[in-house]
Write a protein that binds this ligand. Structure first.
Ligand code: ATP
Length: 364
């Protein structure tokens, strides 16, 4: 059959792979190895966007780069961007924020799951106690770079940073949270049934007021789901005191950034956390939560599991649930048997940990 006429669902999925900088170049090849071991029917294409390319020819993203990604690929697997040689971090901004903003990937989905009690710094917490997801608004807030500096370098200097919240942007991420809650179960198979909106509406009254009104309105359309609210400061304390209470958390761009680092601490650190940047129906991008981690880059010691779990999340998103489950089970096995890098208590190098998981995936 002419492949162009095949239904979208049956066509081989095309994935753009952009390892980027620092440990991104070490962990993404491990994720790729594991995807290949899983037998997923995908076609992978590498892109060298990142600091090296920028320093060589000043290119961050080719002129039609984002349009090409949206047109020619089903998903994008990204490592990390950031390099001490590029002080302005311009390439990271243009590539990563460019993708999120220009491809309108408005839902940043960050699952927080504890695979093994030994990874959690909290006493008496079991894997079943940490199984929630943070949905971070990904295209607005303080990340739009609105604001400015006046009288710079003088004693009268003024700096402003605007927090942009649109009705459309707030409504679609809140609605996404309720839909996510309806469509996803917990790891033990039980249904998700709570959406908690996190803000700071007692201090940031204008933006918070909009979030409050929209949350009330949208939650009314989902009477079967429990709608809750918490101020971000209280949420930070509760996350450490009792993570069991959380199910689906929805919040703005900056609070989402901050609370997911805290949440990563509950699951074994930044090396274990996965994420997706999603616009339903469009080409979406998947990346580990960690950055390029310059202090450990090039040492073959970065934990590849965040990237490997990110790859599993991407395959599940593309309809390959079986392959995704195989990968998750293999990572769980690695953690239980301490076939891991040092950051989570093992003795393996990045490549060895990736190899171990790939072997498990191909010979479970
Ligand atoms: P960014 O600004 O891109 O978030 P960052 O420097 O604030 O970057 P990361 O690069 O994510 O943060 O990492 C901070 C530290 O966490 C690293 O220096 C490293 O010690 C640890 N870390 C992050 N990712 C990993 C990983 N995959 N494996 C082991 N340690 C990691």
């Amino acid at each position: 059959m002419d492949s162009k006429k095949e239904p979208q669902e049956r066509r081989k999925k095309r994935i753009a792979v952009i390892p980027g900088d620092g440990i991104g170049q070490e962990v993404i090849p491990q994720a790729v190895k594991v995807i290949q071991a899983s037998g997923a029917d995908v076609e992978l294409t590498d892109f060298d966007w990142g600091a090296d390319r920028y320093l060589r020819d000043q290119l961050t993203v080719p002129p039609d780069g984002f349009a090409m990604l949206g047109r020619d690929f089903d998903a994008i697997l990204v490592g990390a961007f950031g390099d001490p040689r590029v002080k302005t971090n311009i390439h990271a901004k243009e590539i990563l924020l460019g993708m999120r903003f220009k491809m309108d990937l408005y839902a940043n989905v960050r699952p927080v799951r504890l695979l093994d009690a030994a990874l959690c710094p909290l006493k008496g917490v079991e894997p079943k106690d940490v199984d929630f997801v943070v949905l971070r608004e990904n295209t607005e807030g303080v990340y739009t770079d609105a604001g400015g500096v006046f009288k710079q370098g003088t004693p009268d200097e003024i700096a402003t940073q605007e927090d942009i919240n649109t009705r459309k942007g707030v409504e679609r991420i809140i609605r996404y949270a309720f839909q996510y809650c309806e469509r996803h179960t917990k790891l033990d198979g039980s249904p998700r049934n709570k959406v908690l909106m996190c803000d700071k509406s007692n201090a940031m009254t204008h933006a918070g007021g909009l979030w409050q009104r929209v949350f009330k309105e949208v939650s009314g359309e989902y009477p079967q789901i429990i709608a809750q609210h918490m101020y971000v400061d209280a949420l930070c304390m509760q996350m450490v005191r009792d993570p069991r209470q959380f199910d689906v958390i929805v919040t703005n761009n900056m609070f989402g950034d901050i609370i997911t680092d805290l949440a990563a601490g509950l699951q074994g650190g930044l090396g274990m956390a996965a994420s997706g940047n999603i616009h339903p129906g469009k080409t979406s991008m998947f990346e580990p939560v960690h950055g390029s981690a310059p202090p450990i880059a090039g040492k073959n010691m970065a934990n590849p599991f965040g990237s490997i779990l990110t790859a599993a999340m991407m395959l599940a998103h593309l309809g390959m649930a079986k392959e995704a489950q195989k990968i998750e089970a293999a990572v769980l096995g690695a953690v239980r048997q301490k076939k891991t890098t040092q950051d989570i208590g093992g003795k393996l190098e990045t490549t060895e940990a990736g190899e171990w998981v790939a072997n498990q995936v191909s010979h479970p």
